[in-house]
Design a protein around this ligand. Structure first.
Ligand code: MOS
Length: 688
């Protein structure tokens, strides 16, 4: 049952258009809000032509810092909307026009005249800025700096050295469903339908902002069309909708036009990497340094933890990993699929490929030689680590043996062909969760947990976990998720959802099964219920380093005339504990790898320094892979039996697919061309 390729429970509902997303809830009397973004990169709002807009057809209100409801102090300062006249970056919201129809709201927003006092802005990220500083910690609570041994000494004494700098542009989350929310006040209660990765944090944040008790708020995120981290924290639509609903006394819907998203829903900050590897002639790494410089906004500090995977991956008796950051007049960066690991492993795994060339070793063999016995940073034993098995299986299935190690020699007409490999890693994160399991007199097992399905199939895998724990057919289990009124559970983020929610579901079901076994006589009319909370289990300090691993193999072709790179085939082999649903897991792995192809070849945001913002703001200019770019992508996995994780034995799978992919593509491009490009994306202009 667990592991079976069960079909998504909401599949038909979604295909038939019956599944309702946040913007598809239209309470009676609902009106529409259209946000107005700041049109200067830094400064103050000095004049607002509100009166003219209020005369326009259908316009009910214009919310600005002059009249918007006062908000409490949120933990996340990017949500302190319409509270003062400051413009910290271009695209920051300065008003919301509310009207009877979407069209009237949009027309009102377009007509709003705004006066600004513009100030000098500064959006230029360079590695030598004097205002670069070392933060307390990087995202995820990781220490900004870690040192072991004597890096400089060991590096100087090494037989072989690689010293390489890589540059990654900013990347933007573009989930299929733009951020949207509908808000309704009534009887002192606030109900919101929000496109979010976790309605619990949405409810808690709204309570903070509006001075309410959490019990006065219901946040619903029933179906969500992707998030990739950008919906991991509450975003402006839900705050603006709630403010406007309070101001107008009507239910209000705010759905972001895609072009506004890049400025207000987070993005992956650009990163500058300096990697130095020192090794013996045998390829064993003796010295490893990974320095990362990145940017944050002036509103909030967010530091992409890109040097963190270098603390996990390889033998490195002498190592130094450092994050530094500078605050610029840019939108606030945030989570994007595998924050830290995705950019960090592009740099580290590219450098490993350079070390393979420098030592004359096969890149698979080089990695096998640098397998650590314990986690390098902590010295803890791994709960399980099957990177070697992934590399070996991948090499076999991909046909790595047949590879001619010489770069730039394989041609097919006007194409250069090459193959590349890179490793992947992602930590096992588990957060406390609650769940209830109920068996009714009708024989139905009802599971309730505030999980969120962002397109991954959460309902389905939770039903599988419940059915297995209850030893009952899958069809007898129903799963209710996606509302803050349900038992509290963490967001769908950090690849932690299934492990966290599933543990609570498993515990509740195990309790229910025991209660049933102990029960004598017919079921009471109200059925039997069991509740579980995994706070204690998940709060224990793990005795092991827990990470998923993987290996990605890629064959790429480079057109010698146009400079266009295409991925001919790609294979990922992952070791991520027990795989709980073969169908949805495969979909997550290949989805992650597809996003990695985008990162390698086409995705990238260009900072226009004079304009003070990124140039690409829609899918016409921010290119993501389409089917023609994804010719053959295959995912396999090693079945791991890891008793140190959770009762299901699962690691997270949502993010690891993207992690090694960009480096695998870039390494294949090096093998094809003999030229090392150290900047992504590998667009034709860079190659010709
Ligand atoms: Mo993921 S970037 O933790 O939603």
């Amino acid at each position: 049952m667990l592991g079976a390729p069960a079909v998504r429970r909401e599949a038909v509902e979604k295909a038939a258009g019956a599944a309702r997303y946040a913007a598809e809830h239209t309470p009676s009397g609902c009106v529409y809000g259209w946000p107005v973004p700041a049109a200067v990169p830094r400064g103050r709002v000095t004049a607002l032509g509100t009166a003219e807009v209020l005369e326009m057809p259908g316009v009910l209100a214009v919310l600005t810092h002059e009249n918007a409801p006062r908000l409490g102090q949120p933990d996340d300062p990017t949500l302190r909307l319409l509270q003062d006249d400051r413009v910290p970056h271009r695209g920051w919201y300065i008003a919301l026009v509310v009207a009877d129809t979407l069209e009237n709201a949009r027309a009102g927003a377009a007509a709003l005249r705004v006066g600004y006092e513009a100030e000098e802005h500064d959006v230029r990220l360079t590695g030598d800025r004097p205002d670069i500083y070392t933060p307390e910690e990087a995202n995820g609570g990781h220490p900004a700096v870690r040192e072991r041994g004597d890096f400089e000494g060991a590096y100087a004494a090494a037989d072989v050295r690689v010293d390489a700098s890589y540059r990654l542009t900013a990347l933007h989350n573009h989930p299929m469903e733009p951020h949207a929310a509908t808000a309704q006040w009534g009887d002192g209660r606030l109900t919101v339908w929000d496109s979010s990765q976790g309605s619990g944090p949405v409810r808690d944040t709204l309570a903070q902002l509006f001075g309410l008790d959490r019990k006065q708020i219901t946040a619903v995120s029933e179906h969500v069309g992707g998030g990739f981290g950008s919906k991991g924290t509450p975003r402006p639509p839900v705050v603006l909708a709630a403010m406007a609903a309070r101001h107008t006394g009507r239910p209000v819907k705010v759905s972001l036009p895609r072009r506004q998203m890049p400025a207000v829903v987070g993005h992956r900050a650009p990163t500058l990497h300096h990697v130095r590897l020192g090794a013996g002639a045998d390829g064993r790494i003796t010295a490893l340094a990974h320095d990362v410089v990145t940017q944050t906004s002036r509103v909030k500090e967010f530091v992409e933890q890109a040097a963190v995977p270098a603390r996990v991956m390889y033998v490195s008796p002498n190592s130094r990993t450092v994050h530094r950051v500078v605050a610029l007049d840019v939108p606030t960066p945030s989570w994007m699929r595998a924050p830290g690991e995705a950019p960090g492993m592009y740099a580290l795994e590219s450098a490993m490929d350079e070390l393979a060339v420098a030592t004359g070793l096969d890149p698979v063999e080089l990695r096998l030689r640098n397998e650590p016995a314990t986690e390098p940073d902590s010295g803890l034993p791994f709960s399980s680590r099957n990177l070697a098995a992934c590399l070996r299986r991948g090499a076999e299935v991909f046909g790595w043996e047949e590879r001619d190690p010489r770069p730039g020699v394989t041609r097919e007409g006007g194409l250069l062909l090459g193959t590349g490999v890179a490793a992947s890693t992602y930590p096992v994160l588990i957060a406390p969760s609650r769940a209830t399991a109920h068996l009714g007199a009708d024989g139905v097992h009802r599971i309730r947990v505030n999980a969120t399905d962002i397109g991954t199939g959460a309902r389905t895998v939770l039903a599988q976990i419940a059915a297995e724990a209850l030893d009952t057919p899958l069809e007898t289990v129903t799963v209710e998720i996606g509302s803050s009124d349900l038992p509290a559970a963490p967001l769908a983020g950090g690849s932690c959802g299934t492990a966290s929610w599933g543990w609570a579901v498993h515990k509740a079901c195990t309790l229910l099964a025991k209660r049933l076994a102990d029960h004598r006589g017919p079921l009471p009319a109200e059925g039997l219920t069991a509740s579980a909370d995994t706070k204690e289990e998940t709060g224990r300090e793990p005795a092991h380093a827990r990470h998923a691993f993987g290996a990605v193999f890629c064959e790429a072709q480079v057109d010698t005339v146009t400079g266009e790179v295409a991925v001919r085939r790609m294979l990922g082999v992952f070791a991520a504990g027990r795989i709980l649903n073969a169908r949805t897991a495969r979909s997550q792995f290949i989805g992650g790898m597809t996003m990695g192809i985008g990162m390698a070849l086409m995705e990238g945001s260009t900072m226009d320094e004079r304009f003070g913002d990124y140039a690409e703001c829609d899918l016409a200019s921010y290119h993501v892979p389409v089917c023609a770019d994804v010719r053959s992508v295959e995912a396999q996995w090693i079945e791991e039996d890891d008793p140190h994780l959770n009762p299901m034995g699962s690691k997270g799978i949502g993010e690891i697919g993207i992690v090694g992919t960009a480096a695998a593509v870039a390494n294949a491009v090096h093998h094809a061309t003999g030229v090392r490009f150290r900047e992504l994306p590998l667009t034709p202009d860079k190659l010709v």
